[in-house]
Ligand binder design. Sequence first.
Ligand code: 4NP
Length: 155
Amino acid sequence: MINVLFVCLGNICRSPMAEALFRDQVKTENLSDKIKVDSAATSSWHIGSPPHKGTLAILKKYKISAQGLVGRQLTKGDFEQFDYIVGMDNSNVQDISEITGMPKHPKIIRLLDLTEHRKDVPDPYYTGDFEETYNLVSEGCSALLEKIYEEYNLS
Ligand code: 4NP
């Protein structure tokens, strides 16, 4: 099993959006029995919470299932459990390294570094623009799937 964890600050806007989107892409590619997807927060603020209503609305708009999305906090033990730990911005990547005690490990990635954008995913909790975030997360998730295809010789 290939385990993928998306991480953001609150685990209510960007990382649950990425979890749902990536799971949908994995399902479309018939890889659900090979790739497991989860998400987590670097903070403890929204443990047990459902996604933000803006994230739920955009997932609904694009007919992506939001089933099973519940806020949780990243733990040190997640480092061993997951093959890809994907932060939404540089601050997430820094916090992931601190929480796991694994600075600059290749399994810790900033999502849009896999695309030509190479920038932070804007946080719609502050920008209010869930559409912009959805488009960038979608692009990043596609790039991540390509990377996994290559690294695991999937076809
Ligand atoms: P997220 O956005 O990291 O994409 O889930 C945020 C959610 C909540 C807060 C900040 C960012 N907050 O301050 O509660």
